[in-house]
Design a protein around this ligand. Structure first.
Ligand code: PGA
Ligand code: ZN
Length: 423
C-alpha cells in the first residue's frame, strides 16, 4: 500500500516549471512521474494550477506541489496502489471541481501516474503490461512531427504540425530509422535552399515558407532524398490546430478569411494531392457543425482526429460520437488529469468505432509513460515529436525497449492503423 507521496517543482522542455511526484509503497518501491504542458491548449482541458505573480513569469507550480504534499498525500496513505480507479476517484473527489482547478490537473496527474508506476513495479511488470494486460503487443506508428508551425514556431506557417508516418516498415525500430533518415534529409533540403534549420518546440524544423503546401513539397523531396517512396514507405499527417487561427470572423488562413466549408475544400485538395492519412483539429473546438461536415466529406479517406475538440474527455467524446464528429481521438493524459479517465476515453473511442492516437504535449519532460500507454491501449499510433530533443526521443527510445522486450510477440501497427490504407 501507499506509504508516502512526495512532490517537487522541476522544469519542462520549454524551461517552464512543472510538477514531479514520487510515490513510496510499504514494500520499498519508489517511483516518479512528471507532468507535461501544452501551448495550444484547448479551452475545455482540465486546468493546470499555476502560482501567478512574477516568479517564473507566473508559471510556478509551488501551490500544486503543496497540494500534493499537504492534501493529496496524507489522504492516499494506506491505499492499495493497484486500485487505480479507486485512487483516481479519490483524487477527483478531493479536488471537487469539474475541471480539476482547485488542486490542479498537474498535481492530480502526477500522483495518478506515479501510483500506476508504483503498482507496476511492485508487481514486477513493465508499465505497458501492467496497464495493458498480457496481450498488449502492438507497437504504434510513430507520427513524427518534422516541420513545426503555428503556435510551436516563430514562422508564418499556419499548420502547427507536419508529420511523417513510416507505415511501410516491418518493425517499430525500422520505422524509427526510416523516419529519422527522412528528418536528416529534410535538414539538407532546407539548407540547400537557404531556409532556416532552427527547431520548433517539438523538435521539427521551423522555416518560414510562403504556403502550407510548400511544407508538404519539401517533405516529399526529403522522403525521396532519403531513398524512400512517398505513399508506400511514408505517409503524411497534419495537426492543423485550427482553434488557434479561428475567430468569430472565420478562419484566418494563408492571409485570407475562410469559412468552414472553404477550409474543408482546401483539405480535400491536399488529400487529393498528397498521401495524407490523418488530419487533426482541422476546425475549431467550437465548430461542431464544421466537424460533422468534414467527417462526412473526408472521413472515409482520412483519419480525422479530435484534440482540442475532445480534450480526452469522455463527456465531449460521447457527444462527438453521437454527432458523427471526427473518427479518432487524440489522447493526452494531462487534458483530463487521471490515468483512469484517460483509459475510459480510449475505451469509449474504440467501442464507438473511433481510432486513437497517444500524444505528448509541446512542453514535455524525460518521463516516458505515454510510450507504455500507447502499447497498453493498443492504439497503434503515437505522436511524440521529431527524432530530436531528448524529451521527444526518450519516448521513441522507450518504444525500442518495449519492442525488444516483446521479442517475437511484438507487432508493428503499420499501414493497418489508418482507414485510407487499411481498406
Ligand atoms: P500542445 O500541442 O501540446 O501545445 O497543445 C500539441 C497538439 O496540439 O497536439
Ligand atoms: Zn493537436
Amino acid at each position: 500500500s501507499i506509504d508516502a507521496v512526495g512532490a517537487r517543482e522541476i522544469l519542462d522542455s520549454r524551461g517552464n516549471p512543472t510538477v514531479e511526484v514520487e510515490v513510496a509503497l510499504d514494500d520499498g518501491t519508489i517511483t516518479r512521474a512528471a507532468v507535461p504542458s501544452g501551448a495550444s491548449t484547448g479551452a475545455f482541458e482540465a486546468v493546470e494550477l499555476r502560482d501567478g505573480g512574477t516568479r517564473y513569469g507566473g508559471k510556478g507550480v509551488t501551490q500544486a506541489v503543496d497540494g500534493v504534499l499537504d492534501v493529496i498525500g496524507p489522504e492516499l496513505v494506506g491505499y492499495d496502489a493497484a486500485e487505480q480507479r479507486m485512487v483516481d476517484q479519490r483524487l477527483i473527489d478531493l479536488d471537487g471541481t469539474p475541471d480539476k482547478s482547485r488542486l490542479g490537473a498537474n498535481a492530480i496527474l502526477g500522483v495518478s501516474l506515479a501510483v500506476a508506476k508504483a503498482a507496476a513495479e511492485s508487481a514486477g511488470l513493465p508499465l505497458f503490461r501492467y496497464v495493458g494486460g498480457p496481450s498488449a503487443h502492438l507497437l504504434p506508428v510513430p507520427m513524427m512531427n518534422i516541420l513545426n508551425g503555428g503556435a510551436h514556431a516563430d514562422s508564418n506557417v499556419d499548420v502547427q504540425e507536419f508529420m511523417i508516418a513510416p507505415i511501410g516498415a516491418a518493425t517499430f525500430a525500422e520505422a524509427l530509422q526510416v523516419g529519422t533518415e527522412t528528418y536528416h534529409a529534410l535538414k539538407s533540403v532546407l539548407k540547400k535552399r537557404g531556409l532556416a534549420t532552427g527547431l520548433g518546440d517539438e523538435g521539427g524544423f521551423a522555416p518560414s515558407l510562403p504556403s502550407n503546401r510548400d511544407a508538404l513539397d519539401l517533405i516529399v523531396e526529403a522522403v525521396q532524398a532519403a531513398g524512400y517512396t512517398v505513399g508506400t514507405d511514408i505517409a503524411f499527417a497534419l495537426d492543423v490546430a485550427a482553434t488557434e487561427f479561428h475567430s468569430d470572423a472565420g478562419y484566418a488562413f494563408e492571409g485570407k478569411t475562410l469559412s468552414s466549408d472553404d477550409l474543408i475544400e482546401y483539405y480535400r485538395g491536399l488529400v487529393d494531392a498528397y498521401p495524407i492519412v490523418s488530419i487533426e483539429d482541422p476546425l475549431s473546438e467550437e465548430d461542431w457543425d464544421g466537424w460533422v461536415s468534414m467527417t462526412e466529406a473526408l472521413g472515409d479517406r482520412v483519419q480525422i482526429v479530435g484534440d482540442d475538440l475532445f480534450v480526452t474527455n469522455p463527456t465531449r467524446l460521447a457527444e462527438g460520437i453521437a454527432r458523427g464528429a471526427a473518427n479518432a481521438l487524440l489522447v493526452k493524459v494531462n487534458q483530463i488529469g487521471t490515468l483512469t479517465e484517460t483509459l475510459d476515453a480510449v475505451n469509449m473511442a474504440h467501442r464507438g468505432g473511433y481510432r486513437s492516437m497517444m500524444s505528448h504535449r509541446s512542453g514535455e519532460t524525460e518521463d516516458t509513460t505515454i510510450a507504455d500507454l500507447a502499447v497498453a491501449t493498443d492504439c497503434g499510433q503515437i505522436k511524440t515529436g521529431a527524432p530530436a530533443r531528448s524529451e521527444r526521443v526518450a519516448k521513441y527510445n522507450q518504444l525500442l525497449r518495449i519492442e525488444e522486450e516483446l521479442d517475437d510477440a511484438a507487432r508493428y501497427a503499420g499501414a493497418a492503423a489508418f482507414p485510407r490504407l487499411a481498406a
